[in-house]
Ligand binder design. Structure first.
Ligand code: PLP
Length: 460
């Protein structure tokens, strides 16, 4: 099945006729790029015929793995019936409605309504836009500031990139009306000896101060992933969300759970909000909803915002918002089948069990000389390369830990495992369909990569 592509027209150091995400633009050469050709289960194969375990489900997306026959069949069937139809002007597809009906029963928001989009970034931007509309509709247009967290990634469009907690300076962002508070990075940012509880309280005070520094009544929402993968697999201390949500409740500020990564089984429950006991006001989902077989995202809108949208649109005559590809019938069919398979095959529970094996496997490296901490949650885990000494002080600085993480990532890639370096943490989060022997293999190769890097460093 491996087809070796004739890449000779783009060989060596010549720039490819495309740009790729999150890398130096000048690195987009054939020599530095791996071209994937096909996938099966949790494996992908490049054009040289090399096999890789996709141990991040390709950025936490392909939860059912590659070439899931039933999913491919459902998508094909939808293509035959209704390959496209726009959802606007009192028209939509039957499939889109079925998906909305399914999701409102599934999300942990009572009386939710769904607004569909195509990508996670769009879902974030659209929700911010709806919050602005709500402010105007209520006669409080100044209520439009949103708060995100340093290190969190929320997307590439202007609003989502502004909400993202980093990479602002080079783009001249954020736009006005975006503030950021600390990530619950207890391992990296605690004062020596500071308990997880004291750390959580400190972050809640920071949020309180940030809100107080803005004009009264101007903060509309706080956006947080229940657990941030992008910030480096930051499992929040148990007291973090109770302390933070108490502050939000006091100021009547909406809690938005960005579940683009954590939704649909990743954290051991259907949603990260359930894993962390959250009752979000609104929620954004994408990625795993279709296992990545078609781009589709959604916002679950809480009832108060929905009522304001209805009232506001009645007053102005329309809600002047649509996305041509929002609620795409093929995406809706892909999502319906993905959710059906997750339910029918008990993949949330399966993922939780596989996550326990992953935790056992990764924790074997907690005392490895290169590793500072192992964190796990649901079907995911990371090795954090920031080490602390007996006095609880960091031994290596953040930049050194980042470099080390990247070195281990490269060694692991050479060993045929795709993991995700996120700052100083190397993340593993395989598809939900992963099997025990595959978890063992991932963990075994991680051990080999760690030893290889340790040996190479000792020899320098
Ligand atoms: C938490 C989170 N939100 C939003 C997004 C943006 O999603 P997309 O890349 O589909 O626009 C991402 C992407 O990785 C994400 O991790």
């Amino acid at each position: 099945m491996a087809s070796v592509l004739p890449l000779s027209t783009h060989d060596g150091d010549e720039r490819l006729p495309m740009l790729l995400g999150f890398q130096r633009v000048g690195d987009t050469t054939a020599r530095k790029t791996r071209f994937m050709d096909y996938g099966r289960g949790i494996y992908v194969y490049d054009t040289d015929g090399r096999e890789y375990i996709e141990a991040t489900a390709s950025f936490y997306v392909a939860s059912l793995g590659y070439q899931h026959a039933e999913l491919v069949e459902a998508i094909t069937a939808q293509y035959r019936e209704l390959p496209f139809f726009v959802s606007a002007l009192n028209r939509t597809s039957r499939t889109a409605l079925e998906l909305a009906e399914k999701l409102v029963r599934r999300v942990p928001i009572a009386d939710a309504h769904l607004l569909f989009a195509a990508t996670g970034s769009e879902a974030i931007d659209f929700l911010i836009k709806l919050l602005y509309f709500q402010g105007v509709a209520r006669g409080t247009p100044q209520r439009r500031t949103v708060i995100g967290r340093h290190g969190s990634y929320h997307g590439a469009t202007l609003g989502a990139a502004s909400l993202t907690g980093g990479h602002h300076a080079e783009f001249g962002l954020p736009l006005p009306g975006f503030r950021h508070v600390s990530q619950p990075d207890w391992h990296g940012r605690r004062e020596p000896g500071e308990t997880a509880q004291a750390f959580a309280q400190r972050l809640a005070r920071e949020l309180e101060q940030t809100i107080a520094s803005e004009p009264a009544g101007s903060v509309a929402a706080f956006f947080a992933e229940p657990m941030s993968f992008s910030a480096g697999f930051k499992v929040p201390p148990p007291d973090y969300f109770p302390a933070v949500t108490a502050v939000l409740a006091e100021h009547d500020i909406a809690l938005v759970a960005d579940e683009v990564v954590t939704g649909f089984g990743r954290t051991g429950h259907w949603f990260g909000a359930e894993t962390f006991g959250l009752t979000p006001t609104h929620m954004t989902v994408a990625k795993g909803i279709t296992s990545g077989y078609f781009p589709l995202s959604a916002i679950a809108i809480g009832p108060e915002l929905y009522a304001d949208l209805e009232r506001g649109s009645a007053a102005v005559g329309t809600l002047a918002h649509a996305g041509t590809y929002a609620a795409h019938p093929v995406g809706a069919a892909a999502a319906l089948k993905t959710l059906e398979i997750i339910e029918r095959d008990g993949l949330v529970e399966h993922g939780r069990r596989m996550g326990e094996l992953l935790a056992q496997g990764l924790n074997r490296y907690a005392t490895h000389p290169l590793v500072g901490e192992v964190r796990t949650m649901g079907l995911g885990g990371c090795l954090d390369f920031l080490r602390r000494d007996a006095d609880d002080r960091p031994v290596n600085d953040e930049a050194a830990a980042d470099d080390l993480c990247y070195e281990v990532y490269q060694a692991l890639l050479e060993a045929g495992v795709v993991a995700r370096p996120a700052g100083r943490s190397l993340i593993v989060a395989p598809p939900l369909i992963v099997q025990p022997t595959e978890i063992d293999e991932i963990c075994r190769r991680i051990g080999r990569a760690l030893d290889l890097v340790l040996g190479a460093r000792a020899g320098r």
